[in-house]
Design a protein around this ligand. Sequence first.
Ligand code: HSE
Length: 308
Amino acid sequence: MNIAIIGCGGVGKALLELLERQQNLLAKENLYINVKYIIGRHDDARVALADPELDAAVILTPTNKDNGQPGLDYARAFLSAGKHVVTADKGLIIHGYRELQDLAETKGVKLAMGCTTGGALPSINAGIFDMAGSSILSIEGILNGTTNFILDEMEASGCEYADALAKAQQDGIAEADPTLDVEGWDTAGKLLILTKVLMDERVTLDDVQVEGICRLTAADIQRATENGCRYKLVGRAAFDASGKLKLTVKPEQIPEGNLLYPVGGKNKAVRYVSDTLGELVIMGGASGTTPAAASVLRDLVSIHRKRI
Ligand code: HSE
């Protein structure tokens, strides 16, 4: 499989390493991935687009929540050229999911986005494949590792929010602009993607009521602990009593016994409630650039296996 990597930052570099490291494993299923092009911000993509031997584009441009660019134009161009697209960029799915999916279908290629809703956490693909033939009625999740780590750290050490954030940045899990994490926009983007793809709802970021964790103090965290609860930043898509879909992201006090209570550190979790398959909770998955790259690789393998 000949691929082009568009945007080669932390996840791209981790992917290059991983392709080398997993070579033998991939060879067992006759998958040989050759990185034919690496396309950076100032490079011309035209040669790659016109290359009949190129099979897939891996789009790793940074998420732009306002308009999905430049990832969105790359995805349009590579799908139009008949190449599979695998992406970790949430912005292009938030702003172009329906259009890109239709384009992929017209061209007979695949659009894979397993990395966009929690990296290693098999959230969106599990929803697509393992809840097929069932309607997802609500989605609830801890979808951001950075904020979960910060809240955990504040609870464990009694430190203030700013100190815990500095630690998350040192660990490399926070977004380049960490306000996207702590103000809830990363969670909102992931929730939106899950809702669009799995519930087939035409929603935008403006429909999500978003509140981050910046205002929580060490004293708030301690009070929650005394009440047998833990603060978690929860993203939720559910219908209210009048049948209207409500999308919210906000810090919630989760009581002990709730399935989201033990989700600690950089871990994430998602809970789907469906009409015929019951309730499904998926939890865990490593965080960081290598696990994110591994979830991109997982999508490439799934395309090779014709599972996507
Ligand atoms: N910054 C994100 C997180 C990782 O902390 O979960 C990419 O989605």
